[in-house]
Design a protein around this ligand. Structure first.
Ligand SMILES: *Cc1c(COP(=O)(O)O)cnc(C)c1O
Length: 361
Protein backbone atom coordinates (compact mmCIF):
# COMPACT_ATOMS: atom_id res chain seq x y z
CA UNK A 1 0.00 0.00 0.00
CA UNK A 2 1.32 3.42 -0.91
CA UNK A 3 0.43 6.73 0.64
CA UNK A 4 -2.51 8.65 -0.79
CA UNK A 5 -2.96 12.40 -1.05
CA UNK A 6 -4.69 13.33 2.19
CA UNK A 7 -6.60 16.62 2.07
CA UNK A 8 -8.04 16.24 5.57
CA UNK A 9 -8.66 19.40 7.59
CA UNK A 10 -7.33 17.67 10.68
CA UNK A 11 -5.89 15.43 11.90
CA UNK A 12 -3.98 16.01 8.74
CA UNK A 13 -1.02 15.06 6.60
CA UNK A 14 2.41 15.08 8.25
CA UNK A 15 5.80 15.17 6.52
CA UNK A 16 6.83 11.72 5.36
CA UNK A 17 10.38 12.29 6.62
CA UNK A 18 9.01 12.85 10.12
CA UNK A 19 6.92 9.69 10.03
CA UNK A 20 9.85 7.63 8.77
CA UNK A 21 12.17 8.94 11.45
CA UNK A 22 9.58 8.23 14.12
CA UNK A 23 9.20 4.71 12.73
CA UNK A 24 12.94 4.15 12.88
CA UNK A 25 13.05 5.32 16.48
CA UNK A 26 9.90 3.49 17.51
CA UNK A 27 11.48 0.58 19.40
CA UNK A 28 14.66 2.20 20.59
CA UNK A 29 14.92 5.96 20.86
CA UNK A 30 18.60 6.90 20.49
CA UNK A 31 19.95 3.95 22.41
CA UNK A 32 17.56 4.37 25.35
CA UNK A 33 16.20 0.90 24.65
CA UNK A 34 12.64 2.14 24.67
CA UNK A 35 10.10 4.05 22.68
CA UNK A 36 9.44 7.70 23.52
CA UNK A 37 5.93 6.44 24.34
CA UNK A 38 7.34 4.34 27.14
CA UNK A 39 9.71 6.69 28.88
CA UNK A 40 9.23 8.79 31.99
CA UNK A 41 8.44 12.40 31.31
CA UNK A 42 10.84 13.16 34.18
CA UNK A 43 13.74 11.33 32.52
CA UNK A 44 16.78 13.16 31.24
CA UNK A 45 16.20 11.91 27.74
CA UNK A 46 12.61 13.17 27.63
CA UNK A 47 13.57 16.49 29.17
CA UNK A 48 15.92 16.96 26.24
CA UNK A 49 13.12 16.19 23.78
CA UNK A 50 10.72 18.77 25.19
CA UNK A 51 13.39 21.41 25.74
CA UNK A 52 14.71 21.01 22.23
CA UNK A 53 11.18 21.21 20.83
CA UNK A 54 10.66 24.50 22.61
CA UNK A 55 14.04 25.84 21.54
CA UNK A 56 13.43 24.94 17.89
CA UNK A 57 9.96 26.47 17.98
CA UNK A 58 11.30 29.67 19.51
CA UNK A 59 13.92 29.94 16.77
CA UNK A 60 11.50 29.09 14.01
CA UNK A 61 8.83 31.61 15.02
CA UNK A 62 11.22 34.13 16.55
CA UNK A 63 9.37 34.12 19.85
CA UNK A 64 10.55 36.92 22.16
CA UNK A 65 11.93 36.01 25.61
CA UNK A 66 9.00 37.66 27.37
CA UNK A 67 6.62 35.07 25.92
CA UNK A 68 6.10 31.62 27.42
CA UNK A 69 5.67 28.59 25.21
CA UNK A 70 3.30 26.03 26.71
CA UNK A 71 2.61 22.52 25.49
CA UNK A 72 -0.90 21.79 26.73
CA UNK A 73 -3.71 19.28 26.25
CA UNK A 74 -7.45 19.38 25.75
CA UNK A 75 -7.43 20.55 22.16
CA UNK A 76 -7.96 24.07 20.94
CA UNK A 77 -11.45 23.70 22.40
CA UNK A 78 -10.18 23.74 25.98
CA UNK A 79 -8.47 27.04 25.21
CA UNK A 80 -11.92 28.45 24.52
CA UNK A 81 -12.41 28.18 28.31
CA UNK A 82 -8.81 28.66 29.48
CA UNK A 83 -8.65 32.04 27.79
CA UNK A 84 -11.57 33.57 29.73
CA UNK A 85 -10.81 31.98 33.10
CA UNK A 86 -7.27 33.33 32.93
CA UNK A 87 -7.71 36.64 31.14
CA UNK A 88 -11.22 37.89 31.96
CA UNK A 89 -10.30 40.09 34.91
CA UNK A 90 -13.10 42.57 34.18
CA UNK A 91 -15.28 39.75 32.90
CA UNK A 92 -15.66 41.47 29.56
CA UNK A 93 -14.25 40.37 26.21
CA UNK A 94 -14.90 41.16 22.56
CA UNK A 95 -15.21 38.44 19.93
CA UNK A 96 -15.07 38.64 16.15
CA UNK A 97 -17.26 35.92 14.75
CA UNK A 98 -15.84 34.53 11.52
CA UNK A 99 -17.06 30.96 11.77
CA UNK A 100 -17.91 28.05 13.97
CA UNK A 101 -14.66 27.97 15.93
CA UNK A 102 -14.88 31.64 16.80
CA UNK A 103 -18.52 31.17 17.71
CA UNK A 104 -17.75 28.25 19.99
CA UNK A 105 -15.07 30.29 21.74
CA UNK A 106 -17.55 33.14 22.12
CA UNK A 107 -20.24 30.86 23.57
CA UNK A 108 -17.71 29.42 26.02
CA UNK A 109 -16.61 32.89 27.17
CA UNK A 110 -20.25 33.71 27.94
CA UNK A 111 -20.08 31.10 30.69
CA UNK A 112 -17.63 33.34 32.53
CA UNK A 113 -18.62 36.90 31.76
CA UNK A 114 -19.91 39.29 29.15
CA UNK A 115 -18.73 38.29 25.72
CA UNK A 116 -19.59 40.79 23.00
CA UNK A 117 -19.79 39.83 19.35
CA UNK A 118 -18.38 43.05 17.90
CA UNK A 119 -18.24 41.89 14.27
CA UNK A 120 -19.46 38.92 12.29
CA UNK A 121 -19.52 37.52 8.78
CA UNK A 122 -22.44 35.19 9.49
CA UNK A 123 -24.63 37.18 7.04
CA UNK A 124 -22.78 35.63 4.08
CA UNK A 125 -22.03 32.17 5.51
CA UNK A 126 -18.65 33.32 6.80
CA UNK A 127 -17.29 33.69 3.26
CA UNK A 128 -15.32 36.83 4.13
CA UNK A 129 -13.50 38.59 6.97
CA UNK A 130 -15.33 41.67 8.27
CA UNK A 131 -13.69 45.07 8.19
CA UNK A 132 -11.91 45.30 11.54
CA UNK A 133 -10.27 48.70 11.19
CA UNK A 134 -12.68 50.58 13.48
CA UNK A 135 -14.68 48.21 15.66
CA UNK A 136 -16.78 49.14 18.70
CA UNK A 137 -14.20 47.75 21.13
CA UNK A 138 -15.59 47.67 24.67
CA UNK A 139 -13.93 50.14 26.99
CA UNK A 140 -13.21 47.55 29.68
CA UNK A 141 -12.62 44.57 27.39
CA UNK A 142 -9.93 42.27 28.77
CA UNK A 143 -9.07 41.13 25.25
CA UNK A 144 -10.23 40.98 21.66
CA UNK A 145 -10.53 37.47 20.25
CA UNK A 146 -10.16 36.20 16.69
CA UNK A 147 -9.93 32.87 14.93
CA UNK A 148 -7.23 33.83 12.47
CA UNK A 149 -7.68 31.09 9.88
CA UNK A 150 -11.17 29.68 9.58
CA UNK A 151 -10.62 26.02 8.87
CA UNK A 152 -14.21 25.26 7.89
CA UNK A 153 -14.93 28.30 5.70
CA UNK A 154 -11.46 28.89 4.24
CA UNK A 155 -10.99 32.52 5.23
CA UNK A 156 -7.96 34.12 6.84
CA UNK A 157 -7.30 37.48 8.47
CA UNK A 158 -4.69 39.07 6.16
CA UNK A 159 -4.58 42.07 8.44
CA UNK A 160 -5.05 41.80 12.20
CA UNK A 161 -7.92 43.79 13.72
CA UNK A 162 -7.35 47.21 15.20
CA UNK A 163 -7.92 46.33 18.86
CA UNK A 164 -7.47 49.94 19.98
CA UNK A 165 -4.83 48.97 22.47
CA UNK A 166 -6.59 45.89 23.86
CA UNK A 167 -4.84 42.54 24.06
CA UNK A 168 -5.27 40.39 20.98
CA UNK A 169 -5.99 36.68 21.53
CA UNK A 170 -5.92 34.41 18.48
CA UNK A 171 -6.78 30.84 17.67
CA UNK A 172 -4.19 30.06 14.99
CA UNK A 173 -4.81 26.30 14.91
CA UNK A 174 -5.02 25.95 11.15
CA UNK A 175 -2.41 28.50 10.05
CA UNK A 176 0.30 28.12 12.70
CA UNK A 177 3.75 27.69 11.10
CA UNK A 178 2.34 28.10 7.59
CA UNK A 179 4.03 31.50 7.27
CA UNK A 180 5.96 33.96 9.45
CA UNK A 181 4.01 35.49 12.31
CA UNK A 182 4.84 38.53 14.46
CA UNK A 183 4.20 37.20 17.96
CA UNK A 184 4.53 40.67 19.49
CA UNK A 185 1.18 41.64 17.92
CA UNK A 186 -0.57 39.13 20.19
CA UNK A 187 -1.02 38.75 23.91
CA UNK A 188 -1.84 35.09 23.49
CA UNK A 189 -2.03 32.75 20.56
CA UNK A 190 -2.74 29.06 20.55
CA UNK A 191 -2.87 26.20 18.08
CA UNK A 192 -4.15 22.67 18.24
CA UNK A 193 -1.35 20.58 16.76
CA UNK A 194 -3.37 18.29 14.52
CA UNK A 195 -3.86 20.83 11.74
CA UNK A 196 -0.36 21.78 10.74
CA UNK A 197 2.07 20.72 13.44
CA UNK A 198 1.69 17.20 14.78
CA UNK A 199 -0.66 14.65 16.32
CA UNK A 200 -3.92 15.57 18.02
CA UNK A 201 -3.60 15.84 21.78
CA UNK A 202 -1.11 18.68 21.85
CA UNK A 203 -1.99 22.36 21.97
CA UNK A 204 0.71 24.99 21.79
CA UNK A 205 0.00 28.25 23.58
CA UNK A 206 2.30 31.25 23.36
CA UNK A 207 1.52 33.87 25.98
CA UNK A 208 3.11 37.15 27.01
CA UNK A 209 4.42 36.72 30.54
CA UNK A 210 2.70 39.74 32.05
CA UNK A 211 -0.68 38.35 30.98
CA UNK A 212 -0.25 35.16 33.00
CA UNK A 213 -2.39 35.97 36.02
CA UNK A 214 -1.64 35.25 39.66
CA UNK A 215 -5.38 34.88 40.22
CA UNK A 216 -7.81 33.21 37.85
CA UNK A 217 -11.60 33.26 38.09
CA UNK A 218 -12.89 31.49 41.24
CA UNK A 219 -13.18 27.74 40.86
CA UNK A 220 -10.68 27.46 38.02
CA UNK A 221 -9.27 23.93 37.92
CA UNK A 222 -5.52 23.85 38.54
CA UNK A 223 -4.95 22.23 35.14
CA UNK A 224 -6.52 25.27 33.47
CA UNK A 225 -4.15 27.84 34.94
CA UNK A 226 -1.49 29.11 32.55
CA UNK A 227 0.64 29.98 35.58
CA UNK A 228 0.89 26.35 36.70
CA UNK A 229 2.00 25.19 33.27
CA UNK A 230 4.40 28.09 32.82
CA UNK A 231 6.04 27.57 36.23
CA UNK A 232 6.44 23.88 35.55
CA UNK A 233 7.72 24.26 31.99
CA UNK A 234 4.76 22.24 30.63
CA UNK A 235 5.61 19.38 33.00
CA UNK A 236 3.15 20.01 35.82
CA UNK A 237 1.58 16.65 35.06
CA UNK A 238 2.33 14.07 32.39
CA UNK A 239 2.28 15.99 29.12
CA UNK A 240 1.29 14.43 25.78
CA UNK A 241 4.88 13.14 25.56
CA UNK A 242 4.80 11.35 22.24
CA UNK A 243 2.85 14.11 20.52
CA UNK A 244 5.34 16.75 21.65
CA UNK A 245 8.17 14.55 20.35
CA UNK A 246 6.53 14.47 16.90
CA UNK A 247 5.90 18.23 16.99
CA UNK A 248 9.60 18.65 17.71
CA UNK A 249 10.43 16.66 14.60
CA UNK A 250 8.07 18.80 12.54
CA UNK A 251 9.79 21.96 13.83
CA UNK A 252 13.12 20.53 12.68
CA UNK A 253 11.63 19.57 9.32
CA UNK A 254 10.42 23.15 8.78
CA UNK A 255 13.81 24.52 9.81
CA UNK A 256 15.53 22.15 7.38
CA UNK A 257 13.37 23.21 4.45
CA UNK A 258 14.18 26.86 5.10
CA UNK A 259 11.94 28.08 7.92
CA UNK A 260 8.67 29.97 7.80
CA UNK A 261 9.55 32.20 4.82
CA UNK A 262 10.21 29.11 2.73
CA UNK A 263 7.06 27.50 4.09
CA UNK A 264 5.05 30.54 3.04
CA UNK A 265 6.48 30.48 -0.49
CA UNK A 266 5.70 26.76 -0.74
CA UNK A 267 2.15 27.28 0.54
CA UNK A 268 1.50 30.26 -1.74
CA UNK A 269 2.64 28.27 -4.73
CA UNK A 270 0.31 25.39 -3.87
CA UNK A 271 -2.67 27.62 -3.13
CA UNK A 272 -2.17 29.58 -6.34
CA UNK A 273 -2.36 26.42 -8.45
CA UNK A 274 -5.69 25.53 -6.92
CA UNK A 275 -7.21 29.03 -6.80
CA UNK A 276 -6.12 29.80 -10.37
CA UNK A 277 -7.85 26.65 -11.51
CA UNK A 278 -11.02 27.50 -9.56
CA UNK A 279 -11.08 31.04 -10.97
CA UNK A 280 -10.97 29.71 -14.52
CA UNK A 281 -13.14 26.64 -14.14
CA UNK A 282 -16.57 26.47 -15.74
CA UNK A 283 -17.72 23.84 -13.27
CA UNK A 284 -16.02 24.52 -9.95
CA UNK A 285 -15.83 27.74 -7.98
CA UNK A 286 -14.28 28.81 -4.72
CA UNK A 287 -16.67 30.03 -2.04
CA UNK A 288 -14.54 32.74 -0.38
CA UNK A 289 -14.00 36.36 -1.50
CA UNK A 290 -10.57 36.57 -3.10
CA UNK A 291 -8.89 38.93 -0.68
CA UNK A 292 -9.67 36.77 2.36
CA UNK A 293 -8.73 33.36 0.97
CA UNK A 294 -6.85 30.99 3.22
CA UNK A 295 -3.60 29.39 2.08
CA UNK A 296 -4.45 26.30 4.09
CA UNK A 297 -8.12 25.42 3.57
CA UNK A 298 -9.71 25.79 0.15
CA UNK A 299 -13.47 25.22 0.01
CA UNK A 300 -15.16 24.90 -3.38
CA UNK A 301 -18.43 23.76 -4.96
CA UNK A 302 -19.87 22.79 -8.32
CA UNK A 303 -23.24 24.34 -7.59
CA UNK A 304 -24.94 20.95 -7.61
CA UNK A 305 -25.04 18.79 -4.51
CA UNK A 306 -25.30 15.71 -6.70
CA UNK A 307 -22.16 16.59 -8.65
CA UNK A 308 -20.35 17.49 -5.43
CA UNK A 309 -21.09 14.03 -4.05
CA UNK A 310 -20.04 12.40 -7.30
CA UNK A 311 -16.79 14.37 -7.28
CA UNK A 312 -15.93 13.40 -3.70
CA UNK A 313 -16.64 9.75 -4.47
CA UNK A 314 -14.61 9.62 -7.69
CA UNK A 315 -11.77 11.62 -6.15
CA UNK A 316 -11.56 9.13 -3.31
CA UNK A 317 -11.42 6.24 -5.74
CA UNK A 318 -8.57 8.03 -7.54
CA UNK A 319 -6.52 8.43 -4.34
CA UNK A 320 -7.55 11.90 -3.14
CA UNK A 321 -8.88 11.49 0.38
CA UNK A 322 -10.97 13.71 2.64
CA UNK A 323 -12.15 16.25 0.10
CA UNK A 324 -15.69 16.39 1.46
CA UNK A 325 -16.54 19.78 2.93
CA UNK A 326 -17.30 20.15 6.62
CA UNK A 327 -20.49 18.33 7.57
CA UNK A 328 -22.21 21.65 8.30
CA UNK A 329 -21.45 23.39 4.99
CA UNK A 330 -21.28 20.67 2.33
CA UNK A 331 -19.40 21.03 -0.96
CA UNK A 332 -15.70 20.26 -1.01
CA UNK A 333 -12.68 21.45 0.88
CA UNK A 334 -9.04 20.77 0.11
CA UNK A 335 -6.80 21.35 3.11
CA UNK A 336 -3.30 21.88 1.82
CA UNK A 337 -1.21 22.22 4.95
CA UNK A 338 2.60 22.50 5.05
CA UNK A 339 3.16 18.79 4.56
CA UNK A 340 1.01 18.53 1.42
CA UNK A 341 3.48 18.28 -1.45
CA UNK A 342 3.07 20.45 -4.51
CA UNK A 343 2.49 17.30 -6.58
CA UNK A 344 -0.57 16.57 -4.46
CA UNK A 345 -2.19 19.83 -5.56
CA UNK A 346 -1.04 19.42 -9.18
CA UNK A 347 -2.53 15.92 -9.35
CA UNK A 348 -5.75 17.15 -7.73
CA UNK A 349 -6.12 19.93 -10.30
CA UNK A 350 -5.51 17.46 -13.14
CA UNK A 351 -8.21 15.28 -11.67
CA UNK A 352 -10.58 18.24 -11.39
CA UNK A 353 -9.90 19.19 -15.02
CA UNK A 354 -10.79 15.68 -16.09
CA UNK A 355 -13.92 15.67 -13.95
CA UNK A 356 -14.94 18.99 -15.46
CA UNK A 357 -14.54 17.71 -19.03
CA UNK A 358 -16.61 14.64 -18.25
CA UNK A 359 -19.38 16.40 -16.36
CA UNK A 360 -19.82 19.80 -17.94
CA UNK A 361 -22.98 19.81 -20.00
C1 LIG B 1 -9.82 22.16 14.62
C2 LIG B 1 -9.94 23.50 15.18
C3 LIG B 1 -10.36 23.70 16.51
C4 LIG B 1 -10.75 22.57 17.43
O1 LIG B 1 -9.68 21.82 17.77
P1 LIG B 1 -9.81 20.62 18.84
O2 LIG B 1 -8.38 20.22 19.01
O3 LIG B 1 -10.65 19.57 18.22
O4 LIG B 1 -10.41 21.17 20.07
C5 LIG B 1 -10.42 24.99 16.97
N1 LIG B 1 -10.09 26.03 16.19
C6 LIG B 1 -9.69 25.87 14.91
C7 LIG B 1 -9.34 27.07 14.11
C8 LIG B 1 -9.61 24.60 14.37
O5 LIG B 1 -9.22 24.45 13.10
Amino acid sequence: MGRIYNFSAGPAVLPEEVLKEAAEEMLDYKGSGMSVMEMSHRSKVYEEIIQEAEKDLRELVNIPDNYKVLFLQGGASLQFAMVPVNLMKNRVADYIITGQWAKKAYEEAKLYGTANAIASSADKTFSYIPDCSDLPISENADYVYICENNTIYGTKFKKLPNTKGKTLVADVSSCFLSEPIDVTKYGLLFAGAQKNVGPAGVVIAIIREDLIPEETLPGTPTMMKYKIHAENKSLYNTPPCYGIYICGKVFKWIKNVGGLEAMKAHNEKKAKILYDFLDNSKLFRGTVVKEDRSLMNVPFVTGSEELDAKFVKEAKAAGFENLKGHRTVGGMRASIYNAMPIEGVERLVEFMEKFERENLK
